[in-house]
Design a protein around this ligand. Structure first.
Ligand code: 6PG
Length: 242
């Protein structure tokens, strides 16, 4: 059973606009209600256009605190870095760019468990130790293997629930470098999750994510327990319902 609702865009421009509009509304609401919007960003090839669109919108950028959903092991200026990509797409690397903070995961640390623990400690301070770490908005993608964030299938990562941020070992067999990732409890706690997926390769993984079965088989299924709003922003090629 799918969590949330699916919006099917007619083309790439509409897909980009739908994602950006959902994020913008959540940001405006968070700033109105709490004075700050905390947004967690995924990487990959899909969300860049949405982030570039968001950067052009009339938003209270000085009240937006940017975080990451996951990060690939390596330097922050690596072309593989999710921080590097999203910071550029959002224009946060420009002189005078306004924000309430840009908080990357320090995946250049050879000890990714230590980097994960530092990020978790930062989240707990930022959100308040007594409060849940509930991002106001979060973008997620779905990998061709059904992963989301860096919770990969068959690794047990989808079941990690004793910490907010985890280090994920490299999987050479899959060509995957080591990662740092938010865990499923944090994904489920977000007030709004915008899942961005486009193209026919995503149709199968999305259908699997919406079907019953173990999270470890298709980690995007962890969204079934989402407490907030989940919106799957797709194009026709990716949509399991056409
Ligand atoms: C990453 C992302 C990852 C991504 C999916 C989908 O670090 O790669 O955080 O979870 O969202 O792999 O990626 P695409 O958008 O490229 O399909």
């Amino acid at each position: 059973m799918r969590a949330g609702e699916a919006l099917v865009a007619a083309d790439e421009n509409e897909h980009t606009a739908l994602g950006a509009e959902l994020l913008a509304r959540a940001i405006d609401a968070a700033v109105r209600e709490r004075g700050v919007a905390r947004v967690a960003l995924s990487g990959g090839t899909t969300p860049g256009a949405t982030y570039r669109k968001l950067a052009t919108m009339a938003l209270p950028f000085d009240r937006i605190a940017w975080y990451w959903v996951d990060e690939r092991a390596g330097a922050p200026d690596s072309p593989r870095s999710n921080f590097h990509a999203a910071r550029a797409d959002l224009g946060l690397d420009r002189p005078g760019a306004k924000s309430a903070g840009v908080f990357r995961m320090e995946a250049e640390d050879p000890d990714l468990s230590a980097a994960a623990a530092r990020y978790e400690a930062h989240l707990r301070r930022a959100f308040g130790v007594a409060s849940a770490v509930a991002f106001d908005a979060m973008t997620l993608g779905v990998g061709d293997d059904g992963h989301t964030a860096s919770l990969f299938p068959g690794t047990g990562a989808a079941a990690i629930d004793d910490r907010l941020v985890a280090a994920i070992e490299a999987q050479p067999g899959r060509g995957l470098e080591a990662r740092v990732t938010l865990t499923a409890p944090v994904l489920r706690e977000a007030r709004l999750v915008v899942v961005l997926a486009r193209g026919d390769k995503k149709r199968g993984p999305l259908a699997a994510a919406w079907a019953d079965g173990p999270d470890d088989e298709v980690p995007a299924r962890v969204l079934r327990g989402a407490k907030g709003k989940v919106v799957w922003v797709l194009d026709r090629a990716a949509s399991p319902s056409g």
